[in-house]
Structures are given as structure tokens and as C-alpha cells.
Design a protein around this ligand. Sequence first.
Ligand code: 5GP
Ligand code: MG
Ligand code: MG
Length: 180
Amino acid sequence: MKTAVADLNFELLIPYDRLEARIKELAHEISTDFKGRNPVVAGILTGSFLFVADMVKNLEIPVEVTFTKLASYFGGTSSTRRIRDDFDLTIDVKGRDIILVEDIVDTGNTLHYLIDKLKVREPASITVCTLLLKPEAIEISIEELKYVGFQIPNEFVVGYGLDYKEQGRGLMGIYRKVNN
Ligand code: 5GP
Ligand code: MG
Ligand code: MG
């Protein structure tokens, strides 16, 4: 299935039913691992908003939900490695278990920046859950990365929260860029 987003063409890589099934598995794993705790689920906007929503609906433990907003792509199809810090978490995370929820881990620069910033606040733990991971693109390994939905090839993707030029976030599936 092909679709145009702004001036590029994309084709379906992961349909929504597969995302949904995998998110249920991840939610169950996280619920088991954090049983008896009350973690802070911190979504990294904008790309993670649908993933956080579907994740939280399936968790079997009490959690607090909050967001921070960072940006690094700025309308292109590859990371600029510059991070713009748009807004911070509003919850005091001292002594708390933080689960960072990301749409996609690419170079690892964004998470490296955010984890360094949060460690200073002395949380009890920091764990990362990402829907997508591009193993071939990683430049900084993230030791806190524990939950991964899907490993994907090193290609630009949109849909299910992820954008190209701020378009395509509502697509119900992950789509990859095609070369034509
Ligand atoms: P990193 O800092 O790991 O290189 O990149 C992290 C951020 O860049 C992600 O959270 C996401 O917002 C954006 N990003 C990385 N790869 C892609 C991609 O293939 N498509 C889109 N739309 N955004 C991406
Ligand atoms: Mg992101
Ligand atoms: Mg973006």
C-alpha cells in the first residue's frame, strides 16, 4: 500500500494490527517488571503520542503519565544531531522509576541527551521503551534501552505519530520512504 506524505512517497512497512499486538506484549512485560511500583511514564513528544496512548491503555499497573518535547529532525529525513529542548517534564522525578517512551531510536543522540539531563535529578531508575529501533544507525549505545517494539532497516519512516514535514502522524501503520 503506497501513500504520499508532503512531497515524498511511502509504502507500508508495519500494519497497525502488528503494532497493536506488539504494544500489548510490551505493556504486559512492563507491567510484570514494574509490579508493585508506580512508575512515571514519560513520553517524548511529538512522535510518541499515539504509542504512549496505546501503551498506557494496556498497562496493568498504576502509572503517572507526563511528557517532554525534544526535536532533532526539523523537516528533513535524517538526524541533524542538534537537539532542540522544547519543554521539560513537569513531575518531580527524584526517587521515582522513569520509563521513557520514544517513537524511534536512530542515532541515540536524543536519548543520550535526555538521560544525562534526568540523571542529575536522582530518579530511582531510568528505563527506555521505544516502538522502533534502527540498529544500523546507532552512534551512541543506550544502556537504559530495555523494551523495543520492532527493529527496522536504516530507512526513513512515517506514520503512527512519526512525521515528515509535520505530516503523516495520523497514518495507522509505519510507512517507509520509497525512491520514486
Ligand atoms: P536520534 O536522536 O536517536 O538520532 O533520533 C531520535 C529522533 O529523531 C526520534 O525520536 C524521531 O523523532 C526522529 N527520527 C529518527 N528516525 C526517524 C525516522 O525514520 N522518521 C521520523 N519521522 N523521525 C525519525
Ligand atoms: Mg522521538
Ligand atoms: Mg519529526
